[in-house]
Design a binder for this molecule. Structure first.
Ligand SMILES: Nc1ncnc2c1ncn2[C@@H]1O[C@H](COP(=O)(O)OS(=O)(=O)O)[C@@H](OP(=O)(O)O)[C@H]1O
Ligand SMILES: Nc1ncnc2c1ncn2[C@@H]1O[C@H](COP(=O)(O)OP(=O)(O)O)[C@@H](O)[C@H]1O
Length: 173
């Protein structure tokens, strides 16, 4: 492939901008000739992980499976881009060990809960307020801020283009 495999891991609240940045990053890397694969929580939860819900145990299993899939794809030479809430530091550290710290690039997509709620791109926070969804990250389920991310982007203040540029610069591919 002529490239070093990486796992670029976007973590953050629902509505923080993980999928948006992951998709923009994939387009930018393709334009530079890199071979990538994008894993998105929303999509995997309709297929591979459709048996999993949002209990703490199911979220751990979700991230464990994604780590396995990502590693297979890396063995095939791909740069894997992943967008998962992945709320707990322990699971993210598990990934770092499993993938190897030199190939695991953790990006904290930082955005205040109030702003995520105002964006509400999928109308989920509205459903939470109506009592239709329980265990929602940031509301009645925890999100632990990454302790040692390779990069933090602040999507409340930054444009998508600015956040993407920061990702591309710090990745140094
Ligand atoms: N209870 C609850 N909490 C959080 N998120 C919920 C929940 N129920 C459904 N959704 C939708 O599922 C998407 C998150 O899936 P993930 O696989 O990324 O979650 S996790 O990493 O296992 O925590 C998440 O996607 P994003 O909004 O893109 O983050 C939501 O669309
Ligand atoms: N700097 C930024 N980075 C990413 N998304 C941003 C940024 N600024 C504004 N947004 C907007 O925030 C929303 C994020 O939604 P989404 O990417 O689906 O979030 P998530 O995948 O984390 O749930 C989109 O509507 C996007 O246009």
């Amino acid at each position: 492939m002529g490239q070093k495999p990486y796992l670029v891991w976007f973590t953050g609240l629902s509505g923080s901008g993980k999928s948006t940045l992951a998709n923009h990053l994939e387009v930018a890397l393709h334009q530079q000739g890199f071979k990538t694969y994008l894993l998105d929580g929303d999509i995997l939860r309709t297929g591979l992980n459709q048996d999993l819900g949002f209990s703490p145990q199911d979220r751990v299993e979700n991230i464990r499976r994604v780590g396995e899939v990502a590693r297979l794809m890396m063995e095939a030479g791909l740069i894997v881009i992943a967008a998962f809430i992945s709320p707990m530091e322990k699971e993210r550290e598990m990934l770092r060990k499993y993938i190897g710290s030199d190939a695991f690039f953790e990006i904290h997509v930082n955005c205040p809960l109030e702003k995520c709620q105002a964006r509400d791109p999928k109308g989920l926070y509205k459903k939470v307020r109506a009592g239709l969804i329980k265990n929602f990250t940031g509301i009645d389920a925890p999100y632990e801020i990454p302790a040692h991310p390779a990069l933090t982007v602040n999507t409340e203040q930054e444009t998508i283009a600015t956040s993407l540029e920061k990702v591309l610069i710090s990745l140094k591919l």
